[in-house]
Write a protein that binds this ligand. Sequence first.
Ligand SMILES: N[C@@H](CCC(=O)N[C@@H](CS)C(=O)NCC(=O)O)C(=O)O
Length: 300
Amino acid sequence: MAKAAMKGTKKAAAKPAAKAKATTAAKVSAKTAKPAAKATAKAAPKAAANAAPKAAAKAAPKAKAKSAKKPGLKLSMLRPSVNNMTVRVFARAAGFDHAETDAWGLTRTPEFLARNPAHLTPMIEDKSLPRGVLWESCAIMQYLANKYGLDKFYPKAPAKRAMVDSAMFYLIGTLYPYVARATYPALGFPQYAGEVGHSDAHADKKSEAQKAAAAAIAEPLEVFHSFFRDGKPFIGGNNPSIADIRLAATLEFLAVIDYELPKWAKDYMAAIEKKLGKAYAEPAGDVRGYIAHVKAQAAA
Ligand SMILES: N[C@@H](CCC(=O)N[C@@H](CS)C(=O)NCC(=O)O)C(=O)O
């Protein structure tokens, strides 16, 4: 979404601190904090990631003091966005020591554009990346899961990983455009160029297009349930994968149009929130706060 469309919405969704430190200690820190692991995640990420502490200890005995350090992460984000919510949830659930910078009003500044010509958030900064930054929520989660060996969120086995990848590509390429067309008008976000909602068409035509998009959501939704979950609690099995985080966050937007989610989807979202706790609830609160704000405005 473009920043212009989000003007006046910041207060509703924003929390007082522009920079937030994640407090959740999770998998990453647990792995790197093992007493016998003398290598830091930075110095020997694979060793730390694969929990091969003894080998790592021999390889890098001097790094002991740093072993309890959680990986740092610089994340630029916008609070009302579910694309951003996805990475914010993941960063908390995976236990990164991350600093969030609210990019409100900054995405089109020359400084931001020089680093990220797509002007999109979420964006992470990481010196080991060829261009120093990375955007696209799914690519960010894949990269961080690869780098730190977060197999719980992104399985290593090629077949299992392929299902997670397929679910995420399907979401970004098929479900999300429907969700955007159905919800962006109500959220006050601009529609994509070339679409009815973005054109000078009569309001009736725009409303028709919005309704058609909302009606189209049911099919991919059912595919996530019957094909990707396939009787399991989550796409990832017994634990939410990065595809589950991406899906649950996306579905949050549907509340703005009072979309009647099937029971399984409501239960699924509740199960993710229960499993991830504050890691999910906190970023979700920003999106929900924004939705409550636009709904209150529409009702006034
Ligand atoms: N497919 C991308 C979408 C990212 C996106 O649309 N970001 C919007 C917020 S929802 C943004 O940063 N807009 C700011 C701008 O365009 O200036 C993802 O999943 O990360």
